[in-house]
Design a protein around this ligand. Structure first.
Ligand SMILES: NC(=O)c1ccc[n+]([C@@H]2O[C@H](COP(=O)([O-])OP(=O)(O)OC[C@H]3O[C@@H](n4cnc5c(N)ncnc54)[C@H](OP(=O)(O)O)[C@@H]3O)[C@@H](O)[C@H]2O)c1
Length: 392
């Protein structure tokens, strides 16, 4: 309550931007701002949250559109949930190749915690966290075709900055949301669903003959992974921390559910598979489970380490894989949606599975965007299950 109160009574203020970026594309630009990373002309490095100032010194002309203020969550220093500040930020007009999107709903993800803590590094401070949202296009950049004001779009992963009422995005990073899908559902599944897609269909191709282990089976990604793997015909073993989560995981298609606190997951997997082990482990817990996950694999099994909710796993000597000729991968959604075609195809498959009922999106928690602090507290203390959504 203390945390929430301090957020609620925070003063509205304009954020001082730490960087000046000289625009080489349009030297007549006067003091425009953008709230997404742009490439530095010299180094190619991505710089977040910058003020774009022109080389020209002339005063803003009458045609310069006025800056718009929106509310956003900003991080000025790494740390606990309390570093998430609710502030006013300036938003400019979209330039070539860009659109402005008014967010209807924003997906909360564990990766937001990594960036807030500094486990993953944002390019600079302050930054606006968030990598998943759905919203309506409110403006398009000059000459842009294929997107228009009023379109419902969603985006995931890149660029960071979705904890805001409105944001500017590269048009080629958003995907259209089918009219049958509610924006809150879209914001709950675009990142998590595309993650499940690449994990199950491309990173390791799950088939009916496979037995798989899914950690965090009742979480945002885990719930979708379990449902989708079941639909692909695999035998799904889910691992969770509580009885309540076990019941949800069962409902989501896990044939067997292990409760970490009550049973040793390695022994249980051994028992369930009659000593054979599983074909693949999807391990997003990291430090606490990594070694055990390796022990759960059958000969020539696949260790897919795709997250670290409990901390970064210790380094693995190659000899640890040699014992059973194991495969080990540490995949990221970004590399599996690197091209426009990959992004569109992956998103389309997710939305098609939602529309047909193969995937049931569990929006178990919603918070006002201004209360992102509480949402982070709950996510990190393992109180949440399914998808968590912030509403601007
Ligand atoms: N590689 C990629 O491209 C990619 C993309 C998306 C997500 N991810 C990863 O997938 C994982 C799940 O992400 P999510 O956003 O859907 O989160 P989530 O699963 O909704 O929430 C995290 C869950 O982690 C479990 N957990 C285990 N140990 C924990 C600990 N020490 N502290 C806190 N939680 C712990 C908890 O479930 P229990 O209580 O049941 O243990 C908790 O509910 C994260 O590790 C994330 O980084 C990776």
């Amino acid at each position: 309550m203390g945390l929430l109160t301090s957020v609620r009574f925070q003063q509205r203020r304009v954020i001082p931007f730490p960087h000046s970026y000289k625009s080489h594309q349009n030297p007549d630009l006067i003091s425009q701002t953008c709230n997404y990373p742009i490439p530095s002309a010299r180094s190619g490095r991505r710089i977040p949250i910058v003020t774009v100032r022109a080389l020209s010194t002339k005063a803003a002309s009458a045609s310069t559109p006025p800056s718009k203020m929106v509310k956003a969550i900003r991080v000025h220093e790494h740390g606990g949930p309390e570093v998430l500040k609710w502030e006013d930020v300036e938003i400019g007009e979209p330039k070539e190749g860009e659109i402005r999107v008014k967010n209807k709903a924003i997906g909360l993800n564990f990766i937001d915690v990594y960036f807030r803590k500094g486990v993953y590094k944002a390019h600079d401070l302050p930054f606006t966290p968030g990598t998943e949202a759905a919203g309506v296009v409110t403006a398009v950049g000059p000459g842009l075709t294929g997107r228009q004001v009023g379109d419902l779009v969603a985006y995931a992963d890149n660029p960071m900055g979705s904890y805001t009422e409105e944001q500017i995005l590269p048009a080629n990073k958003v995907v259209p949301v089918p009219s049958s899908i509610d924006p809150i559902i879209a914001a709950s599944i675009i990142l998590k669903g595309m993650t499940a897609q690449f994990l199950l269909r491309r990173c390791f191709k799950v088939e009916p003959r496979h037995t798989i282990l899914v950690h965090e089976a009742a979480g945002g990604v885990g719930s979708i992974l379990s449902q989708w793997a079941n639909a692909l015909g695999a035998t799904v073993i889910g691992a969770v921390s509580t009885k309540e989560k076990a019941s949800q995981a069962k409902d989501d298609g896990c044939h067997h559910v292990i409760i970490y606190k009550e049973e040793d997951f390695v022994s249980r997997v051994n028992e369930i598979t009659c000593g054979n082990g599983v074909d693949v482990v999807y391990d997003s817990v990291g430090k606490d489970t990594f070694q055990g996950s390796l022990a759960c694999l059958k000969t020539r099994g696949y260790m897919v380490s795709f997250g670290q909710s409990s901390g970064t796993p210790d380094p693995v000597p190659l000899s640890a894989l040699a014992v059973k000729s194991l495969f080990l991968t540490r995949p990221s959604l970004m590399q599996y949606t690197a091209t426009r075609d990959e992004l569109l195809e992956t998103a389309a498959e997710v939305f098609a599975n939602v529309a047909s009922g193969v995937l049931r999106v569990r929006v178990n928690h919603t918070y006002p965007l201004s209360q992102a602090v509480q949402a982070h507290v709950d996510l990190e203390s393992r109180k949440t299950s399914g998808s968590v959504v912030l509403i601007p």
